[in-house]
Design a protein around this ligand. Structure first.
Ligand code: ATP
Length: 514
C-alpha cells in the first residue's frame, strides 16, 4: 500500500471511530476546519497535559497563562503582522487553483530528493553487500546532477524570499517548468502577497466599530502580559511563560487534513533571557524540545531539525523540528530566537517600559526571548500517523491497531464482561466504578470478545480486561495487552497498579527530564 492510500485510510479511520470530523459536515463541510470527536478530545487533552506538565510543572521558572483571543488591534501592527504576515500566492489561470509559490517550489525539491533516493536504492540492489552508499552518493552522475539541481533551486528560492522578490519567485517556477497538478498547464499569474489574518469588527454601532483580528499566534498574549506575570509572580530572569490556545490563519493552501488548518491550536512558551545569552538558551530549548518529542516513543528517526535560511523579521536564529508525516518531513514545531523585537516594539508603540531590572547586574534591559511553538493539531496528527497500523496476524486475520503511547491513549482500560448475564455485567461495573477515578475506562458488553478486542485496538486502548464466571469466585480477570495481544490472569486487586505502571504520567514525563 502506498503512503497516500495509508493516509486516506487513516483519515477515514479517524472519522469512523470518533477522533476527527470535518466541521459543519451536514452542510458539506468548511474548508480546513475540523471538529474533534469523543475520542479525539481525550487524545488532544492528554497531549496538552503532556506538554503543559513538561513545561510548567517540571520547570519552577516557567508559569502558564490563558490570554484572550481578541487583542487590541495595535498589537498586530507592533508585532509586524499587519504589514508582513503574508504568504506569496500564485494562481493557475486554467484551473483557477491558488498555490503558495514557496510550497510549489518545496514540493519540486522534494520530488528531486525522491529521485535521488530511488537512484540510491537501485544501486543498493545492484551491488548487494558490496554497496557503499557514501561513495555512491559522491560519485554517481545522476545523483550528483540531481543534488546540484535541488541545491540550485533551494538557494534561488531562499534569495527570492529573503529579498521579497516576487518576480524572481515566479521566474523560478517558470524555469523549473512546474505545472499545476490540477490542469497540468504552466499558465501562471503573477505572484502576490496575501495577508493571513482574519479580521472582524468589535462594537455594535458600525460607525465606531473597530477592526480587530483573530490572533494568528498565541505569543503576543504572552508578550503583552510580560510585566504583569513577572511582577505578580516575582519571576527572575531567565524565566518562561507558557500558553495553550487557539490561533487563526487564512491559509491559502489548506490541505493534508489537520496539518494545515484555518483554526488550530498552539502550545507556545516564551523564555525571557539576558541579552547576549539567547543563543545558549536557543540551543538548550532545541535539545529539550527534541527530547520531549522522542520521549513519546514514536521513533527517533521520525524527527529532524531544519535550520531556517530565511529568518522572520523578528528572529536571529530559528529551526523547525520536522516530523516524518505520511506526506514527508514537515514542520511540527518552531524554535525561534526572537531577540528583543516583540517587547521592544510594544515598548515603542505604547510608550510603556517593557524592561526588567536585573538584581545580579544592577541593570535594566528589555529581555531577549527564545520561543518554542508547537502545533497541537500537528502533534495529534504525528501521533495518529506514526501509530496507525494495518496488521496481518499469525492466524491470518487482520486488525487495525493504533499503538498510541499509553500515556496519551484516550481510553486506558476496556472492561468487558464475557456474557451479558449471570452477574458478570454487575461485577464488571463494580470494577469500573472503582477504577474510573484513576483512568478513563470504557465498558463494553456487545458482540463477541474477539470483536470487542478489535474495537479497542482500533482506538488504541492499551489494556482490556475480561470478566468471566470464574471471576465471581476467584476475583481474578484476564488482562490483554494491545500490542503483544498477550493475555494473563490477574487479581482484580492488582489492576490499578498494573495499568498505572504503563500509563503513569510520572513514568512518561520522567523520560523528558532525563
Ligand atoms: P508553516 O510554515 O507550516 O506554515 P509556520 O512556520 O507559519 O508553519 P509558526 O508560525 O512557526 O508556523 O507556528 C508554530 C507552529 O504552529 C507550527 O510549527 C505548526 O505546528 C503550527 N501551525 C502553524 N500554522 C498551522 C496551521 N495552519 N494549522 C495547524 N497548525 C499550524
Amino acid at each position: 500500500m502506498t503512503q497516500e492510500d495509508l493516509f486516506k485510510n487513516l483519515i477515514a479511520h479517524a472519522k469512523e471511530y470518533g477522533f476527527i470530523f470535518p466541521s459543519s459536515e451536514i452542510y458539506d463541510g468548511l474548508s480546513a476546519v475540523y471538529d474533534y470527536g469523543q475520542l479525539g478530545v481525550e487524545l488532544k487533552n492528554n497531549i496538552k497535559r503532556y506538554w503543559w506538565d513538561a513545561m510548567v510543572r517540571l520547570h519552577d521558572n516557567i508559569v502558564g497563562i490563558d490570554s484572550a483571543i481578541f487583542m487590541h488591534p495595535r498589537i498586530w501592527e507592533a508585532s509586524g503582522h499587519v504589514g508582513a504576515f503574508n504568504d506569496p500566492l500564485i494562481d493557475n489561470k486554467d484551473s483557477k487553483k491558488r498555490y503558495r509559490a514557496d510550497v510549489l517550489l518545496e514540493e519540486y525539491i522534494t520530488k528531486i530528493e525522491e529521485k535521488i533516493d530511488k537512484e540510491v536504492e537501485k544501486g543498493r540492489k545492484k551491488f548487494g553487500d558490496a554497496f557503499d552508499e557514501q561513495q555512491f552518493r559522491a560519485t554517481n552522475p545522476n545523483v550528483l546532477r540531481n543534488v546540484q539541481k535541488a541545491e540550485e533551486v533551494h538557494s534561488r528560492m531562499a534569495v527570492a524570499l529573503n529579498d521579497n522578490d516576487l518576480d524572481a519567485l515566479r521566474q523560478l517556477i517558470v524555469d523549473c517548468e512546474i505545472a499545476c497538478p490540477v490542469s497540468g498547464s504552466r499558465n501562471w499569474t503573477e505572484v502576490r502577497q496575501f495577508n493571513l489574518m482574519f479580521s472582524t469588527q468589535m462594537g455594535s454601532v458600525s460607525e465606531d466599530a473597530n477592526v480587530i483580528y483573530l490572533r494568528p499566534e498565541t505569543a503576543q498574549g504572552i508578550f503583552v502580559n510580560f510585566l504583569n506575570v513577572q511582577k505578580t509572580g516575582r519571576m527572575k530572569i531567565p524565566f518562561g511563560i507558557a500558553q495553550i490556545g487557539k490561533a487563526f490563519r487564512n491559509e491559502i493552501v489548506a490541505r493534508q487534513f489537520i496539518f494545515r488548518m484555518r483554526e488550530f491550536e498552539q502550545m507556545e512558551m516564551q523564555f525571557f533571557v539576558r541579552p547576549g545569552e539567547e543563543i545558549k538558551w536557543y540551543e538548550y530549548w532545541k535539545e529539550t524540545r527534541l527530547r520531549w518529542h522522542q520521549s513519546l516513543g514514536l521513533g527517533d528517526a521520525k524527527y529532524r531539525f531544519h535550520n531556517h535560511e530565511k529568518l522572520a523579521h523578528y528572529a536571529n536564529a530559528a529551526a523547525d523540528i520536522e516530523f516524518e508525516f505520511p506526506f514527508g518531513f514537515k514542520e511540527l514545531e518552531g524554535i525561534h530566537s526572537r531577540t528583543d523585537f516583540d517587547l521592544g516594539r510594544h515598548q515603542q508603540f505604547t510608550g510603556k517600559k517593557m524592561q526588567y531590572f536585573d538584581p545580579e547586574t544592577n541593570e535594566s534591559y528589555v529581555p531577549y526571548v527564545v520561543e518554542t511553538s508547537i502545533g497541537l493539531d500537528r502533534t495529534f496528527l504525528s501521533v495518529l500517523s506514526a501509530t496507525y497500523i494495518e496488521e496481518k496476524l499469525d492466524n491470518g486475520e487482520e486488525r487495525v491497531v493504533l499503538r498510541i503511547p499509553a500515556v496519551l491513549a484516550p481510553i486506558k482500560l476496556a472492561i468487558l464482561p464475557l456474557v451479558k448475564k449471570d452477574g458478570l455485567p454487575e461485577k464488571a461495573r463494580e470494577i469500573m466504578d472503582n477504577l474510573k477515578f484513576d483512568f478513563n475506562c470504557q465498558y463494553d458488553e456487545k458482540d463477541s470478545i474477539g470483536k470487542r478486542y478489535r474495537r479497542q485496538d482500533a482506538i488504541g486502548t492499551p489494556y482490556c480486561i475480561t470478566i468471566d464466571h470464574q471471576s465471581l469466585e476467584d476475583n481474578c480477570v484476564t488482562i490483554r495487552e494491545r500490542d503483544s495481544m498477550k493475555q494473563e490472569r490477574v487479581p482484580i486487586a492488582n489492576l490499578l497498579t498494573i495499568v498505572d505502571d504503563l500509563v503513569s504520567w510520572r513514568k512518561w514525563l520522567g523520560k523528558v527530564t532525563k
